[in-house]
Write a protein that binds this ligand. Structure first.
Ligand code: MRU
Length: 344
């Protein structure tokens, strides 16, 4: 099985996730603008993968640039960065990755060719790091999972949302590989159906027991005691809340009501602890995602709709945050966060 994103000599190859699970289609991109469009139209998605894709987008700009002067290349990279920043506003990994590549390019001395080489190497390093970080998260998080658990997850925080292995599903994967007999309950995740299309697909592919439910069944499966842990990913963790796929907040409140631990698995690159929820931008997507199911219209013409892609789960509902550096309570994370970032 290939990684979700690959670099092959000036070409970025991704799985077109809008086609899954019906078709497995690879897309080959040579321009940063194509990567930006793929992010915007969710051909690839998931906070860590969006970050790595942006890094590879800038690597494409550098690799194919005809600039001879260093300053000219830096200008081209800056222009590509502007386009990438406009794609999706919520997942902080996008901005973290762009800043890291732009910073690396600026700090690299020498001619344009040397800068380009370093930029490509840095993007590749980020892709490899993502897999390592997910495996570490899996190792730490798997200690919270016991034999016989029913684990509910929302959206797709799996290998498809990362370069490989996954955040929330990385925890599941690690527990499963340790021989713990668990079952995942995947909430379908209206309107884009990442749970039904992607989580169900990748767990089934990897032979990890999974039951697909609609979002409206979450309370029911909890009250029937089919689920005793929740593990989700995150797009941005601010001081007072976890920002993740729309519907995560419902799951957290229901978990609280049923006394079920609610865990968030996210890398340090998803932390934005210098901001609060009031300062975060929630992406508002096309109303057709709500009025239509795939291409079939289900709502009356002219109806007003809302379509926020993410919601806020207040920290009081979060039992623990699983990172590559260990498992933290939300309170502890705030105090150790600066040290963790510095160690990077
Ligand atoms: O809109 P998406 O599909 O990009 O949203 C993805 C999520 O909300 C995931 O839960 C989050 O990015 C964590 S993925 C490891």
């Amino acid at each position: 099985m290939m990684r979700t994103i690959e670099w092959e000599d000036g070409v970025v190859i991704i799985i077109d996730q809008t086609k899954l699970p019906i078709k497995f289609v690879l897309l080959r991109m040579k321009k940063c603008s194509e990567v930006a469009s793929a992010i915007k139209h969710m051909k690839l998605r998931g906070a860590p993968l969006i970050g790595v894709a942006a890094a590879y987008g800038l690597a494409l700009t550098a690799f194919h640039s005809k600039a001879e002067e260093r300053e000219d290349l830096l200008k081209e990279i800056d222009e590509s960065a502007v386009v990438l920043r406009e794609t999706r506003p919520t997942a902080v990994n996008l901005f973290w990755a762009i800043d890291r590549i732009v910073g690396k390019a600026r700090a690299t001395p020498g001619e344009a060719m040397n800068v380009a080489k370093i930029v490509v190497a840095e993007a590749q390093r980020m892709a490899n790091e993502d897999v390592e970080v997910n495996c570490k998260m899996g190792e730490h998080g798997s200690r919270l999972i016991e034999d016989g658990d029913g684990v509910l997850t929302h959206c797709n925080a799996g290998s498809l949302a990362t370069v490989d292995y996954g955040t929330a599903l990385g925890v599941v994967r690690a527990a499963w590989n340790q021989g713990k007999k668990i079952r995942v309950f995947a909430a379908e995740t209206r309107p884009r159906l990442q749970g039904a299309r992607l989580t169900a697909y990748e767990l089934k592919r990897d032979c990890i027991p999974v039951t697909l439910i609609t979002d409206t069944m979450v309370g029911h499966v909890m009250s029937r005691q089919l689920v005793n842990k929740v593990v989700v990913g995150a797009d941005r963790i601010v001081r007072d809340a976890v920002i993740n796929k729309i519907g995560t907040y419902n799951v957290a409140v229901l978990a609280h009501e049923h006394g079920i631990p609610f865990y968030v698995a996210a890398p340090i690159s998803t932390m934005d602890l210098s901001h609060t929820s009031g300062e975060a931008v929630i992406e508002e997507r096309n109303p057709e995602e709500v009025t239509n199911v795939r291409s079939i219209r289900i709502a009356p013409e002219g109806i007003e709709v809302m379509n926020p892609a993410f919601d806020f789960t207040p920290m009081k509902y979060v039992s623990a945050i699983i990172t590559e550096k260990g498992v933290f309570s939300p309170e502890d994370l705030k105090t150790v966060h600066k040290d963790l970032k510095r160690q990077d």
